[in-house]
Design a protein around this ligand. Structure first.
Ligand code: UDP
Ligand code: MG
Length: 308
C-alpha cells in the first residue's frame, strides 16, 4: 500500500459525497495504490449508511465504526492504527482542508521529509474564534517544553515510521499535533488557506475545544505547576514584608493605631483563597490525567470495521 488517508467523521452526512469525490479524484491522479480510512465517531445521522454505500462501490473505502462518540483525537488515533500505507495523510471531513493540495504534501515528503504538516495562513471563521485560536497557539508555543509549530492543525502527511511511533504512545488524553512534534524526525510546514466548512456546523463544541486546549497545555508543559510555586513564594514574601512593617509601626512609631482595614482584609482573604483554589485546580488537572492513565481503560471502543 502506498498511501493511506485517515478521515474522522462525526455527523458529516452532507459532506461525505463531495469529500469522497474530490479526495478520490486527487488520489486517482497520483496513480498509486491507496486506501481511504473513515473513522465514524458515533455519528447519529446517515453518515455510516453513506459510508457503507461508498464501500460497496469502492473497496478503497474502509470504515472503522466507534460504539459512540469518543472525540476527534480518538478517531484519529484509531484511524492511524489501521493504516497500511507507506505515507499516511490525515484530513478533516468538512473540506476545510482542501484535498487538492495533498500532492504538494507528497512532493515535499519525497524531497526528504518525514512529516509535512499544514500551517493555516488564513482562516475563514468568526472573529472571536480566530482570536481565541491565535492566542492559544501562541500561548502554547511559549509554554510547551517542545517546539510545537504555530497554527498547525492535524492536517498532515507522515511517513510510516512516524505513524508507527505515534501508535506506540499509550497516552490517553491525546493532543496529536503535539505528539507529532514530540516524536521528532524531519518535519516541515506547508502553508495553506483554511477554507470555510463545506456543509453543516463545527462538531467541536466549546467544551470539546477547551478540553483540547487543556490537553495541549497540560500534556506538554509543567509551567502551570512552576507558576503556582513562584506565585506562592511571591505571596509569602509580600506577607513577610507586611509583618515587618506592622511590627515596626507598633514599636518604633508613636502614632500607631489600629486602622480600620476591613475591606483590605476581606479582599486579601478572597485573593489568597482564590489563588489557592486556582492552584488546586491546576494540580487537579495533572492529577486527572494521572488518574486516567492508571485506570487503563481503552480510549475508544470499536463496534465494527468494514473493508479491512
Ligand atoms: N470530529 C470527530 N469527532 C468529534 C468532533 C469532530 O470525528 O467529536 C471530526 C469532524 O467530523 C471533522 C473533524 O473531526 O471531520 C474536525 O471537526 P470540525 O470540523 O467540527 O472542527 P473545526 O474544524 O471546527 O475545528
Ligand atoms: Mg472543520
Amino acid at each position: 500500500m502506498d498511501y493511506s488517508v485517515v478521515i474522522p467523521v462525526y455527523n458529516e452526512e452532507k459532506n461525505i459525497a463531495t469529500l469522497y469525490q474530490r479526495l478520490s479524484s486527487v488520489m486517482k491522479s497520483l496513480k498509486k495504490d491507496y486506501e481511504l480510512i473513515f473513522v465514524n465517531d458515533g455519528s447519529t445521522d446517515r453518515t455510516l449508511f453513506l459510508l457503507a454505500e461508498l464501500h460497496k462501490k469502492d473497496a478503497k473505502v474502509k470504515i472503522i465504526n466507534f460504539s459512540r462518540n469518543f472525540g476527534h483525537q480518538m478517531a484519529l488515533t484509531a484511524g492511524l492504527k489501521f493504516t497500511q500505507g507507506e505515507l499516511v495523510a490525515v484530513i478533516d471531513a468538512d473540506l476545510q482542508d482542501p484535498p487538492e493540495i495533498l500532492p504538494d504534501f507528497f512532493k515535499k515528503i519525497d524531497a526528504g521529509y518525514d512529516v509535512v504538516y499544514a500551517v493555516r495562513k488564513k482562516r475563514k471563521e468568526n472573529f472571536l474564534l480566530k482570536f481565541a485560536y491565535n492566542c492559544f497557539y501562541r500561548l502554547l508555543k511559549k509554554m510547551a517544553d517542545i517546539d510545537i509549530p504555530l497554527d498547525a492543525g492535524d492536517f498532515c502527511v507522515m511517513r510510516k515510521p512516524v505513524v508507527e511511533t505515534l501508535n506506540k504512545l499509550p497516552e490517553r488524553n491525546r493532543y496529536l499535533r503535539g505528539l507529532r512534534s514530540w516524536v521528532g524526525f524531519k518535519q516541515t510546514g506547508l502553508s495553506y488557506d483554511r477554507q470555510a466548512r463545506y456543509a453543516g456546523r463545527s462538531k467541536y463544541s466549546l467544551t470539546k475545544l477547551i478540553k483540547l486546549a487543556f490537553d495541549g497545555i497540560f500534556s506538554f508543559s509543567y509551567l502551570p505547576l512552576q507558576l503556582m510555586f513562584y506565585g506562592g513564594l511571591a505571596s509569602l514574601f509580600f506577607s513577610f514584608l507586611g509583618v515587618i512593617w506592622a511590627v515596626y509601626q507598633k514599636f518604633f512609631t508613636s502614632n500607631y493605631q489600629r486602622v480600620p482595614g476591613f475591606a483590605t482584609t476581606i479582599i486579601l482573604v478572597m485573593f489568597i483563597g482564590g489563588l489557592q483554589l486556582f492552584s488546586l485546580g491546576i494540580v487537579g488537572e495533572y492529577m486527572r490525567r494521572i488518574y486516567d492513565e492508571t485506570k487503563q481503560r481503552p480510549s475508544y471502543v470499536i463496534e465494527s470495521t468494514i473493508g479491512f
